[in-house]
Design a protein around this ligand. Structure first.
Ligand code: ADE
Ligand code: ZN
Length: 326
């Protein structure tokens, strides 16, 4: 229908995309072949990524990522993912980049990976009009020591491209306060902060993200919806939630999109945004996310327009970049 098509075509701002998680399975298969890496168990019978549940998703993610071994591989991945962004009308995207996967936390190697990624991003910006910024991300189940290395990489490269620091990985591993040092280091380097919290653990984890890490945004944060006082706090403090509804349904956080709290959070005045997380893993795209939300919650172009203004307001890039995007 006409208005649905207009919604799918809207210019979009995306704040939560994992760089490796955006790799199409065919891209990973091709690299595996080139490098003679055995990826048995990573793909299903139809050639998609194989996993059941969050923990096996993380294992599949890390196995697929093992074929990304050089700055050149990341340059190719960057081009591929920005082409997909452009196809989806995404004009600005922040992706999570992990020193753990890009040189293992070594600062010299990290510089080389970043150089290759930025080069590819500048070409994509020129050719396709999509702007990329990087959020350096540590991996929670790799532990606080690795996170410190990631934070040092982030602090050393903070600037117009690396604009933030965050953490993904297994939310059930360890406590957020164990990572306070690396978040403090990143904050002191001028970086904005986000953390995956309240995707698997409940409201107390979202509270800890605010109280122990002092983040500006929260990755997912959906389970905050179970605590009305916390929802009010998020709204009053203007903490942006990087919601990824398709990811939540694919991983079984919610049984179906209609059961997702996104509409309740929106009505409560929480700054909500919509992103695709790891789109080929979850068989989604930004267009699909918008279409599914429009169908399920009856949102019109005005609601999606507000969503994108919120995303741009809470983006980690500088004001000049925001002005160019708007
Ligand atoms: N890494 C990649 N995708 C993730 C997710 N949805 N949650 C936590 N860590 C991740
Ligand atoms: Zn994520």
């Amino acid at each position: 229908e006409e208005s649905l098509a207009a919604i799918a075509d809207m210019p979009k701002v995306e704040l939560h995309l994992h760089h490796e998680g955006a790799a199409p399975p065919a891209f990973i298969r091709g690299l595996a072949q080139e490098k003679s890496v055995n990826l048995s168990g990573v793909f299903d019978a139809r050639g998609g990524y194989a996993f059941a549940g969050f923990e096996r998703f993380l294992r599949t993610y890390e196995a697929a990522t093992s074929v990304l071994q050089s700055p050149e591989d990341y340059a190719r991945l960057t081009t591929a993912l920005l082409e997909e962004c452009a196809r989806n009308g995404v004009v600005y995207v922040e992706s999570f980049l992990s020193p753990d996967f890009c040189g293992g936390g070594d600062l010299g190697a990290w510089h080389e990976y970043l150089h290759a990624i930025r080069d590819a991003a500048e070409r994509a910006e020129r050719d396709m009009g999509v702007t990329l910024r990087g959020v350096v991300t540590c991996v929670r189940h790799f532990g606080p020591d690795k996170a410190r290395l990631a934070s040092r990489c982030a602090a050393e490269t903070a600037g117009d491209f690396i604009t933030g620091y965050g953490m993904g990985g297994d939310e059930n591993a360890g406590a957020l306060k164990d990572f306070a040092y690396s978040f403090d280091m990143a904050r002191e380097a001028g970086l904005r902060l986000t953390v995956h919290a309240g995707e698997w653990r409940g409201p107390s984890e979202v509270r800890s993200a605010l109280d122990d890490l002092g983040v500006h945004r929260i990755g997912h944060g959906v389970r905050a919806a179970e605590d009305p006082a916390l929802v009010d706090r998020l709204a009053e403090a203007g903490i942006c939630l990087e919601l990824c509804p398709g990811s939540n349904v694919a991983l079984g956080v919610y049984e179906r999109l209609g059961a997702h709290p996104i509409e309740r959070l929106r009505r409560a005045g929480v700054p909500i945004t919509v992103s695709s997380d790891d789109p080929p893993f979850f068989h989604t795209t930004m267009r699909d996310e918008y279409l599914n939300l429009a169908r399920t919650f009856d949102w019109d172009e005005e609601e999606f327009g507000a969503l994108n203004r919120t995303a741009l307001a809470h983006a980690f890039c500088d004001a000049d970049t925001k002005k160019k995007i708007a």
